[in-house]
Ligand binder design. Structure first.
Ligand code: DAH
Length: 342
């Protein structure tokens, strides 16, 4: 009797696992679970057993019955959920929605930038966030004691090198990867370098100690200022629309000569003047210039043969403008109410 029960149980479960529609289920139910079904027949025959056996087998039979009923109910539920009226599984029904995370707005603008520059033949590179003083400053034409270091105060690692100098720091800019890229790939070179940067800032709505930049570097023979201007014009039009204009005003950056601030016509007021552009009609977006010969040399290139252009965008600022975000601290604070809007 025990064997019979176990066999019946295995048979039932095996057939149940193959159920695909409610007709099949119904037949299974009739065959095994109904009043005239096989399980009931076994139950009925219990009365012919001795008292002891009846108790033992009765308990087993009851357990088997409960198990089969619950497995059966589970399967009918599944088939009901996925079936249309005809009782067949409708494979054209949309699946259940799996909740997904959201991309940070910084990632969104970074991807947009990468798409633009990949289409212009640039490769995407990255470099270390924990950088040496040499790559972050010295190789970029900012020697120790140069006052330009004061523009970018950062976090130093509490570890002195053999000359008694603090050597490791959290990079203040993505520009050090210019040097690493030239050393690794030589010339000609087109690279876009997005990445996280750090500065020792007192934070407020417009300043953050951790932020994102994207650096661009193009090295070849005979690169001149018109190349820089036309490249940044194309990028501005792709980012902010066909009518976007660029103006470049001199600004000192130690690693370029001449150095510039690139400003685009405000995409909100089309240059008329509004709150976003502080009524100037222009938005300061990008630092840029022609690569300084000292930087080419540090990258292992001969400045008599090669020249280059470089630029750096602040991704936080771009994302703030694009998505109308009024506090830079929102990017890193992990607040889902903020992130789920993108
Ligand atoms: N690294 C500069 C900064 O953090 C931005 C920059 C300016 C990058 C001019 C460049 C450049 O490549 O040419 O302020």
């Amino acid at each position: 009797m025990k064997e019979k029960l176990n066999k019946l149980r295995d048979e039932f479960l095996e057939q149940l696992a193959q159920a695909k529609d409610s007709d099949y289920l119904h037949e299974l139910e009739l065959k095994y679970l109904s009043r005239k079904g096989e399980l009931s027949q076994i139950m009925r025959s219990l009365k012919d057993l001795s008292l002891d056996l009846r108790q033992e087998i009765g308990e087993l039979a009851n357990n088997v019955k409960l198990e089969l009923q619950s497995k059966f109910a589970e399967m009918s539920q599944t088939i009901n959920n996925y079936s249309n009226k005809s009782g067949k599984i409708d494979i054209t029904l949309p699946g259940g929605r799996i909740p997904q995370g959201h991309l940070n707005p910084i990632t969104l603008v970074q991807q947009e930038m990468e798409d633009i520059f990949i289409s212009l033949g640039f490769k995407i590179l990255d470099g270390p966030e924990l950088e040496s003083d040499y790559y972050n400053f010295t190789a970029l034409n900012i020697p120790p004691t140069h006052p330009a270091r004061d523009m970018q105060d950062t976090f130093y690692v509490d570890l002195k090198n053999k000359d008694g100098q603090y050597d490791l720091l959290m990079r203040t800019q993505t520009s050090p990867v210019q040097i690493r890229a030239m050393q690794k790939y030589g010339a000609p070179l087109r690279a876009l370098i997005p990445g996280r940067c750090f500065r020792s800032e007192a934070t407020d709505a417009r300043h953050e100690h951790t932020f994102y930049q994207v650096e661009g570097l193009l090295i070849d023979k005979n690169i001149n200022f018109s190349n820089l201007k036309s490249l940044l014009e194309i990028v501005g039009q792709k980012l902010f629309g066909q009518n976007t204009k660029l103006r470049m005003r001199p600004k000192f950056f130690p690693f370029v000569e001449p150095g510039n601030n690139g400003e685009y016509t405000c995409f909100l007021c089309q240059g008329q003047g509004c709150r976003v552009c502080k009524y100037t009609g222009w938005l300061e977006i990008v630092g840029a210039g022609l690569v300084h010969p000292a930087v080419l040399k540090a990258g292992g290139l001969n400045p008599d043969i090669y020249s280059g252009l470089a630029f750096g965008f602040g991704l936080n600022r771009l994302a703030m403008l694009k998505y109308n975000i009024n506090d830079v601290r929102l990017f890193n604070n992990g607040d889902l109410k903020f992130l789920e809007q993108f």
